[in-house]
Design a protein around this ligand. Structure first.
Ligand code: 13P
Ligand code: SF4
Length: 302
């Protein structure tokens, strides 16, 4: 790894020059999270907070769907993503045409779409949700049956907590689907008394074996509030690294997987992004309005 300091200095200088801010998802590496970002959070917080910023330029240190959502909700601002190949297996699992077919197959059933999707998919949806508000959004619709797509595990985990019947799709997060209930059992044997927190993109049997499940921000809040002596975060590895310094009373047991898409963003390409104003995120104008409506409905209901 190169010396980070010159990149950090240059990014801070360029942010001023461009009147730019950096939004960073909780899965970004420590150097980005602690040294150059202006706002950090889960997908919901990033979508909400991006709308309050005064900057002309927003750099998304996260994956492509997050940058798209930011552009959607901030059409007058320049939104940059340092590496446009930073994708997401959930976003890749479904197309707008798939959603149109689902609507034909299940007429009248509202379609709740996880924000981990393309603008095209959002535009075909009734309302969006994140892992922080999925149950609330599903129940806010006041119906007996909804389609919650495309993450089949998030859907199964919400179904376990609500009376609403949940239909879904076959999408999975390639990071969270790898965790197993057996891993959690072994972890508990090796670390008696450990508190296990799991992201709701994990398979339901993993969530059942855990002590708490919530969005990345909810997991962080749990650690900050409850101060567990030992914690295992069943999610992307960077999370624990990011919050360890601020939670010195908690020992973090490393039991995590890396997201190759999140890892594409680094100080070097953030620096290039600000220097050359690349890669600008644009939205098909025909899709912008219906997609924005689905995200706005979620924000209104949150
Ligand atoms: P959060 O909304 O919980 O931050 O999750 C986003 C994500 O991509 C998890 O894999
Ligand atoms: Fe997508 Fe999973 Fe990576 Fe989150 S962790 S960005 S859901 S692939």
């Amino acid at each position: 790894w190169p010396d980070f300091a010159p990149y950090i200095d240059e990014i801070i200088r360029l942010k001023q020059e461009r009147n730019a801010i950096i939004l960073a998802h909780n899965y970004q590496t420590r150097d980005i999270y602690h040294c150059v970002s202006d706002i950090v959070g889960d997908s919901l917080a990033l979508a909400q907070k991006a709308m309050d910023v005064e900057a002309d330029v927003i750099v998304m240190a996260g994956v492509h769907f997050m940058a798209e959502t930011t552009k959607l909700m901030n059409p007058g601002k320049t939104v940059l993503i340092p590496d446009p190949k930073a994708g997401c297996s959930l976003a890749d699992s479904i197309t707008g045409e798939d959603v149109r077919n689902l609507r034909k197959k299940y007429p009248g059933v509202p379609i709740v779409t996880y924000v981990n999707t393309s603008v095209e998919v959002k535009a075909e949806s009734d309302i969006c949700c994140t892992s922080a508000n999925a149950k609330k959004i599903v129940e806010s619709l006041g119906v007996d049956r909804v389609l919650l797509i495309p993450d089949r595990f998030l859907a199964a985990n919400v179904a376990a907590e609500t009376e609403v019947e949940i239909l879904t799709w076959e999408g999975e997060c390639e990071v969270h689907e790898r965790f197993t209930a057996q891993q959690v059992t072994q972890l508990r044997k090796a670390h008696p008394g450990v508190t296990v927190l799991a992201h709701p993109e994990c398979p339901p049997e993993v969530v059942r074996e855990s002590d708490f499940s919530g969005s990345t921000a909810a997991m962080i809040n749990f650690v900050v509030d409850k101060k567990p002596a030992e914690v295992a975060l069943i999610t992307e590895c960077s999370m624990g690294d990011n919050i360890a310094a601020h939670n010195p009373d908690t020992k973090f047991i490393r039991s995590c997987n890396l997201c190759p898409h999140m890892q594409r963003i680094n100080l070097m390409n953030i620096c290039d992004s600000l220097r050359h104003m690349t890669h600008e995120v644009t939205i098909d104008p025909e899709l912008a309005e219906p997609a924005r409506r689905a995200v706005q409905r979620m924000l209104d209901a949150s």
